[in-house]
Design a protein around this ligand. Structure first.
Ligand code: FE2
Ligand code: FE2
Length: 308
């Protein structure tokens, strides 16, 4: 009997079909998948903070409306993803607890501050751009509910990327001060964006298993290279310089070469010592506590409804 369900799992993955919540799946797959989806959900929710910081100071009604819509999209992404994790037996309250007690991670990029309004544009361009590179292949993840959530999320991420790029284009047509703001924000976000793809392949022990299970489709270094190749012409069109003197087209490889990444910085930020880690988690904790009465009221209401 056990052999039969295991065979079903293996055959489904091998045939590039989807594993669904009703199917038997190995414990290690369930655990890995819950961790991946939870970290992704946490990243969407924490990711609302750096840009949310600028909603009240957006320079026009149009920019405010765009930014509000974008930040609300990220909340929606978090909700789809927590729901996807629940189909694997995870409990959303527990996942939130793990986040606010700092026992579960989120993307380290959100531990950097947003110092000027140009950061809103650069985050859309580079951070949402890197997220798209990472996430488009996840639309083919072997876990059905996650793959389906990613399809809608990716459509919204491409709006995020475009709104950021359009904002930067507008600023680059503006005053020298505005152009300098764009360059300065690019300088701060370029390297952390490259770190979003995770450690180098040689230092990523779970990659092989995740690729075998088809919950990961490309290695970290492959995706990072794809992102660099995509970003260089975009930077040129924009008129900004990427802060890497070693960035150069390599005719033989057919890719851009780029300088070494400071992996000690990524390790430090992941370990909790980035510029904003404490602030981000504290704010999430407060929001969770402030929302307790809403959750209580909703469950009392639901109990009354089911009594009727
Ligand atoms: Fe998102
Ligand atoms: Fe986004």
């Amino acid at each position: 009997m056990t052999a039969t369900v295991e065979e079903h799992f293996e055959a489904t993955v091998a045939a590039d079909q989807r594993i669904e919540p009703r199917d038997w799946l190995p414990d290690a797959y369930r655990k890995t998948m819950i961790r991946q989806i939870a970290q992704h959900a946490h990243s969407e929710i924490i990711g609302m903070q750096p840009e949310g910081n600028w909603i009240t100071r957006a320079p026009s009604l149009r920019r405010k409306a765009i930014l509000l819509a974008k930040v609300q999209d990220e909340a929606g992404h978090g909700l789809y993803l927590y729901s996807a994790a629940e189909t694997l037996g995870a409990d959303r309250t527990e996942l939130t607890e793990l986040l606010i007690s700092r026992r579960q991670k989120y993307s380290s990029i959100f531990n950097y501050p947003t110092l000027t309004f140009a950061d809103v544009g650069v985050i859309g361009w580079l951070v949402d751009g890197a997220a798209i590179c990472n996430q488009v292949p996840l639309c083919r993840s072997s876990y059905g509910p996650y793959a389906r959530a990613m399809i809608r999320i990716c459509k919204e991420e491409s709006f995020h990327q475009r709104q950021g790029y359009e904002l930067l284009m507008t600023m680059m047509r503006g005053t020298p001060e505005q152009q300098a703001m764009v360059q300065e924000a690019t300088n701060r976000f370029w390297w952390p964006s490259l770190m979003m793809f995770g450690p180098p392949d040689g230092d990523s022990p779970n990659t092989a298993q995740s690729m075998a299970w088809k919950i990961k489709r490309h290695t970290n270094d492959d995706l990072r290279q794809r992102f660099v190749d995509m970003s260089v012409p975009q930077a040129e069109a924009l008129g900004v310089t990427l802060p890497d003197p070693l960035l150069a087209w390599n005719e033989d490889r057919g890719h851009y070469d780029f300088g070494p990444i400071d992996w000690s910085e990524l390790k430090r930020v992941i370990a909790g010592d980035g510029p904003c880690n404490a602030e981000r988690v504290e704010r999430r904790r407060r929001a969770h506590e402030d929302g307790a009465w809403v959750r209580e009221a909703a469950s009392v209401h639901a109990a009354k409804e089911s009594e009727r």
